[in-house]
Design a protein around this ligand. Structure first.
Ligand SMILES: Cc1cc2nc3c(=O)[nH]c(=O)nc-3n(C[C@H](O)[C@H](O)[C@H](O)COP(=O)(O)O)c2cc1C
Ligand code: SF4
Length: 512
C-alpha cells in the first residue's frame, strides 16, 4: 500500500522546520518499510499550525500540526497514515473552521496543489481564464475585469478595469505589464504566499493582462528578500514557456507575451509604482511626478499597467467564471474577496480570504482567536505602516474600502497587525515618523525633513516637554505632510500618527 503525505514548501512553514519534517518522514517510512510519497504543497495559511502535515485518505486530507521533529515517530505509531488519532490530529483539513469559513477565490488552489507542477495547475482549473481570453477581443477582456468590480489590492484600491482601459486606448508600439511584488507593508504576506504556493495563477493573470491591453512584455518586480518566491516563479516561468503558455505563440494563437522576474534591492519606496519603474529602468528609486500617469507614459515612457500581485492573481478566476461571479461577493463598491493577513499579537495568525463585509471584530476574534497574550486587544493597524490604528470602539467596522475611508483609515493591502493593552501608542506614532524618515526617497521637503522633525517632536512629547505647544505643532506638521507630500509615503504617515494621538491621547501625556 502506498501513502501520500503533504508537507508545505512555503517559506513560512520552512522557517518553522517543514524541510526537516519532510526528511524525517522519509527516513522513518524507509525504516518502517512503508511506501510513502511526500508532496511539497503550499501552506494552507494557518501559520500557528505549521509545519502542518496532511495525509491523503479516502475521506479527504487529514491534518496534523504543528509537527516537531520529536513528534514524527509517534505519528507513525499512531498510524497517522490511516488518519489515526494523535494529540496533533486536526481532522479533515477542509473542515478546520479557520479554513472552512473562508471564501477562497484567488487562493483556491493554495495548499492543495504542488505549486511548481503545471499538470497539477491544469488539473485544478488552471489556465481556463487564459483559454477564454484567447477567444475574446481585448475590449471584452477589459470589460469582464471592469464588470467584476476588482479594485487594486496593492493599497490605493483603484479600479483595475479603468486602468487597463486607459492602457488599451493609448496607442504605442510597445506596452508593458508590471507586477508589483515588492510587498513591503508590515504584517503582509499574501503576495509571497501566492508567488510561492501558486505561481502559475500570477503568470496566467499577467498573460491575460497583456492580451487585454496589447502588451507583449511583462516584468515581475520582486523584492530580493523573497528567494523562495523567486525560485518558484522561475520554475513556473520555464514550464509555462516550454508548454507555450508564454512566448511567441501562446497556445497556437499567434499572440505573444514574454515575462521575466526582476529583483528589487529592498527599499519600501520602490513599491510605489513610479519609483518602482525608475528602479526597473536601472536608476535610483526616486518617485516621479504625476501626471503623466504610468498608464499613458510608464516604463521607458511607454503605456504601462502596474498592478499588485493579488490584483493580477484574481484575474484568471474572473475570466474563467465571469465578472458577475466575482462581483457577487462583497459589499457596496468593494467587490469580490480580500486576502487578509493576520499578524502581530493574535493567537491564530495567517491568511484569511473572505468576501468584503466581514467585521474587523469577527476577523480578529472568530479567525484570529483574540490576542496571543490573552490580554485585551488595544489597537490594530490595518493596511501596513501607513495605515491608521483602530481602537476597540471601531472593531465593528465592516471590511469595506468606503467604511474604512469614513473613519479616516485604509484597508490597503489587507495587512492586520494587532497590539495588546501593553503597547504604548505614542511609541508606535514615533516609530511611524522614524519609518518615514528612513524610507523617504528624499525628493520632497515635507517628507524628507518633516519626518525627522516629527520623530524628534514625538520624542519631546513623550518626555512631557511643552505639550501645549508641541501637540499643536505635531498636528500642524502632519497637515503639511498630508497636503504637501508628493507620494503616499509622506502623505499617509499622518494616518498612524494622528490616529494614535486622537484615540490614545493619554499615551502622549494628554488628558482625553
Ligand atoms: C510608499 C509606497 C509603497 C508601496 N508599496 C507597494 C507594494 O509593495 N506593493 C504594491 O502592490 N503596491 C504598493 N504601493 C502602491 C503602488 O504605488 C500602486 O498603487 C500599486 O502597485 C497599483 O497596483 P494595484 O492597482 O493593483 O493596487 C505603494 C505605494 C506607496 C506610496
Ligand atoms: S513623500 Fe517622501 S517618498 Fe514620496 S516623493 Fe516625497 S520624499 Fe519621496
Amino acid at each position: 500500500m502506498s501513502f501520500i503525505v503533504y508537507v508545505p514548501s512555503d517559506s513560512g512553514a520552512i522557517s518553522l522546520g517543514a524541510n526537516n519534517i519532510a526528511d524525517q518522514l522519509v527516513t522513518e517510512a524507509i525504516q518502517r518499510n512503508i511506501d510513502v510519497t511526500i508532496i511539497r504543497n503550499g501552506s494552507r495559511g494557518m501559520y500557528w499550525l505549521e509545519p502542518m502535515v496532511e495525509v491523503a485518505t479516502p475521506t479527504g486530507r487529514v491534518a496534523y500540526g504543528p509537527v516537531k521533529s520529536s513528534d514524527v515517530s509517534s505519528l507513525f505509531e499512531a498510524d497517522f497514515l490511516n488518519a489515526g488519532d494523535h494529540s496533533l490530529a486536526l481532522g479533515v483539513t477542509e473542515e478546520i473552521p479557520y479554513l472552512k469559513n473562508q471564501q477562497r477565490l484567488t487562493f483556491a488552489r493554495v495548499g492543495i496543489t504542488n505549486p511548481i507542477s503545471l499538470d497539477d495547475y491544469l488539473a485544478h482549473e488552471g489556465y481556463q481564464g487564459l483559454k477564454n481570453a484567447l477567444t475574446m477581443n481585448p475590449a471584452d477582456i477589459v470589460a469582464a475585469v471592469t464588470d467584476s468590480g476588482l479594485r487594486g489590492r496593492g493599497g490605493a484600491a483603484f479600479p483595475t478595469g479603468i486602468k487597463w482601459n486607459t492602457v488599451l486606448n493609448t496607442p504605442a508600439e510597445q506596452k508593458y505589464i508590471i507586477c508589483n511584488a515588492d510587498e513591503g507593508d508590515s504584517g503582509t504576506f499574501s503576495d509571497r504566499m501566492i508567488m510561492e504556493n501558486d505561481p502559475f495563477v500570477l503568470i496566467e493573470g499577467m498573460t491575460i493582462a497583456g492580451l487585454a491591453v496589447g502588451a507583449t512584455q511583462g516584468y515581475i518586480y520582486l523584492r530580493v528578500e523573497y528567494p523562495h518566491a523567486h525560485r518558484a516563479l522561475n520554475t513556473a516561468l520555464q514550464l509555462a514557456n516550454q508548454h507555450n503558455y508564454l512566448g511567441d505563440n501562446i497556445l497556437g494563437s499567434g499572440q505573444q507575451f514574454q515575462l521575466e522576474v526582476r529583483l528589487g534591492a529592498g527599499a519600501y519606496v520602490c513599491g510605489e509604482e513610479t519609483s518602482l519603474m525608475e528602479s526597473l529602468e536601472g536608476k535610483r528609486g526616486l518617485v516621479r511626478f504625476k501626471p503623466p500617469l504610468p498608464a499613458i507614459s510608464g516604463l521607458f515612457g511607454k503605456p504601462t499597467v502596474v498592478n499588485n500581485v493579488i490584483s493580477l492573481a484574481s484575474v484568471p478566476i474572473i475570466l474563467d467564471k465571469g465578472g458577475e461571479f466575482y462581483r457577487d461577493y462583497g459589499m457596496g463598491r468593494s467587490r469580490g474577496t480580500l486576502p487578509l493577513q493576520l499578524a502581530g499579537n493574535l493567537k491564530h495568525t495567517g491568511l484569511v480570504e473572505v468576501a468584503f463585509g466581514l467585521s474587523l471584530r469577527e476577523l480578529l476574534y472568530d479567525f484570529g482567536g483574540g490576542s496571543a497574550t490573552g490580554k485585551p486587544i488595544k489597537a490594530v493597524q490595518v493596511g501596513g505602516p501607513l495605515g491608521a490604528f483602530l481602537p476597540e470602539e471601531q472593531f465593528d467596522t465592516p471590511l469595506d474600502y468606503e467604511a474604512f475611508a469614513a473613519l479616516w483609515a485604509v484597508l490597503g493591502h489587507g495587512g492586520v497587525v494587532a497590539f495588546d493593552e501593553t503597547t504604548n501608542m505614542a511609541t508606535m506614532a514615533k516609530y511611524s515618523m522614524e519609518f518615514c524618515a528612513i524610507e523617504s526617497c528624499g525628493k520632497c521637503t515635507p517628507c524628507r525633513i518633516g519626518s525627522t522633525r516629527g520623530h524628534e517632536l514625538i520624542d519631546s512629547i513623550m518626555q512631557g516637554q511643552d505639550l501645549d505647544k508641541n501637540i499643536p505643532l505635531l498636528r500642524s506638521l502632519c497637515d503639511t505632510l498630508l497636503n504637501g507630500s508628493l507620494c503616499a509615503l509622506g502623505g499617509m504617515t499622518p494616518y498612524p500618527v494622528l490616529s494614535a494621538l486622537n484615540h490614545f491621547p493619554e499615551d502622549f501625556g494628554v488628558k482625553p
